[in-house]
Design a protein around this ligand. Structure first.
Ligand SMILES: [Zn+2]
Length: 187
């Protein structure tokens, strides 16, 4: 947005008053008990969010440089430069990830995850129990390895499904860092 972009200027106060305005209206509404004028970045948990000059509702982390928009009425912070549609709600002292999936999806997610973790491995284990390889045959080691790798693989799948559903803060920040790293490799 350039300085000549007047399409949204309307009756806004002069541009240089933006940080004060944001501090007075924005964060004091979000954190009435905590009057710091800086707030931690929910992605890297290291930098602080800074209001960007000349851009309404735009915030940036001074460490990882991710861009955010802040919806004051909903008290929602949204990351803008990520393919992940991540949002956080300010809880007075920290950011709480806002999940998109509704809570009534949770039992289904758990059933699918349990099925993933138990189902195929159970079938492999049952078939090996019912039709054990001949003793001393070379396939004993192979079938054990197959069983173990299938168990680990499906546990990882189930864990990934649950992490995607719950969007735990640590998982989210690791995922975004991984994206950063990949985009840096590609770019
Ligand atoms: Zn950051």
């Amino acid at each position: 947005m350039s300085a000549f972009d007047s399409s949204r200027s309307g009756d806004r106060p002069p541009r240089f008053s933006k940080p004060n305005k944001a501090r007075a209206i924005g964060w004091s509404v979000l954190a009435p008990l905590d009057d710091r004028d800086q707030h931690p970045c929910p992605i890297c948990n290291h930098g602080q969010l800074q209001a960007m000059a000349m851009m309404d509702e735009a915030w940036a982390c001074d460490f990882c440089r991710h861009l955010f928009t802040l919806d004051l009425s909903a008290q929602i912070l949204r990351v803008e430069d990520s393919t992940q549609p991540l949002q956080w709600r300010w809880m007075g002292r920290s950011w709480q990830p806002v999940r998109h999936s509704s809570d009534d999806l949770t039992p289904a997610i758990w059933i699918v995850a349990a099925g993933l973790a138990i189902g195929p491995v159970g079938i492999i284990g049952l078939s090996q129990y019912l039709f054990p390889p001949l003793p001393g045959a070379r396939s004993v080691g192979f079938s054990q390895g197959w069983f173990i790798s299938a168990a680990i693989g499906h546990l990882i799948l189930a864990a990934w499904l649950l992490l995607e559903h719950y969007q735990l803060p640590l998982y989210v920040s690791l995922k975004l860092r991984w994206q950063d790293w990949r985009s840096r490799l590609n770019g």
